[in-house]
Design a protein around this ligand. Structure first.
Ligand code: ATP
Ligand code: MG
Ligand code: MG
Length: 264
């Protein structure tokens, strides 16, 4: 057997990128797979996706494995069949935290200096006069402020990060909000090649110079089953308590944005 150097796992891992999440949450798995830091919610979600109509649109799932004493979710590396891929992560929905997180943050309204500093870094005008005085903000305040910056609020999705074929990564889209700016980012991502503007209902966009293009649903860390008897519309506005996520509204906006690239 000839071991072509460019087919070795090491070579492959070089092209793998992580566009969101904490650095160190991912490890290389075996051939064509990756390991993501274990999260109970995500495990349950992957399990209920097995055999579901959405199964073909999410990474293949191979259960929980242990590495260096820590549990990981074992899944397909979606980039493995691409040659120097361009990758874009779009976080869907009109909010990116759970209602439970907001409730929990409110129960302990601790003043946080670190969150104040983060806020200041993005916009020195954002904290109120009182927050400036105490040099701290509460977590719910921070969570809600953060969402108003990006297109999460205005379009129901936001760009988390992009890797271009030349290897450069861009993750500074926290304040990219207007339709015009988003459209320009999409246009750059598509490198003006309208043959690859095929879209499915998803989050991770991958394409390369061979015009291979795929869209995958990823990241189910905050995907939970609804309480018995409750249903969601996914398009109507969120009000605390209705649990709406605006996923379909965001998807409509995303598809409209992609559609506008071809009408030029
Ligand atoms: P966060 O919740 O902050 O968004 P996370 O830790 O839950 O982050 P993910 O969003 O699932 O992590 O993934 C982070 C990045 O890792 C993605 O943007 C993507 O670039 C890459 N990634 C995730 N899963 C895969 C996969 N199966 N194949 C290839 N790349 C992946
Ligand atoms: Mg994510
Ligand atoms: Mg996540």
């Amino acid at each position: 057997i000839v071991n072509w150097p460019f087919l070795s796992p090491q070579r492959r891992n070089l092209s793998w990128v992580q566009l969101a999440g904490h650095k160190g949450n991912f490890k290389a798995g075996g051939e064509g797979t990756i390991l993501k830091k274990f999260c109970k919610n995500e495990e349950l979600c992957f399990e209920s996706l097995q055999g579901d109509v959405l199964q073909d649109f999410v990474p293949g799932y191979y259960g929980v494995v242990e590495r260096d004493g820590d549990p990981f979710l074992h899944m397909t590396d979606l980039l493995v069949n691409f040659d120097r891929p361009s990758v874009m992560d779009c976080k869907m929905g009109v909010r990116t935290y759970l209602e439970e997180e907001l409730v929990r943050a409110r129960e302990r309204p601790k003043l946080r200096r670190d969150l104040f500093d983060k806020m200041l870094e993005v916009d020195s005008e954002a904290p109120s006069p009182q927050e400036h005085l105490q040099r701290a903000v509460t977590k719910p305040r921070y969570m809600q402020w953060r969402e108003t910056l990006s297109s999460t609020h205005t379009l129901g999705f936001r760009i988390e990060g992009i890797k271009k074929a030349d290897g450069t990564c861009h993750t500074d889209f926290k304040k990219t909000q207007s339709k015009e700016d988003i459209t320009q980012v999409f246009r750059d991502f598509a490198t003006n090649n309208t043959n690859i503007l095929v879209i499915g209902s998803s989050l991770l966009f991958i394409h390369d110079h061979t015009e291979r293009a795929e869209v995958w649903l990823i990241d189910f860390g905050k995907t939970t089953a609804l309480p018995e008897g409750q249903t969601l519309n996914h398009s109507i506005p969120w009000q605390e308590g209705n649990r709406e996520d605006g996923y379909m509204w965001g998807l409509d906006n995303l598809m409209r944005t992609l559609g506008s690239l071809t009408n030029k």
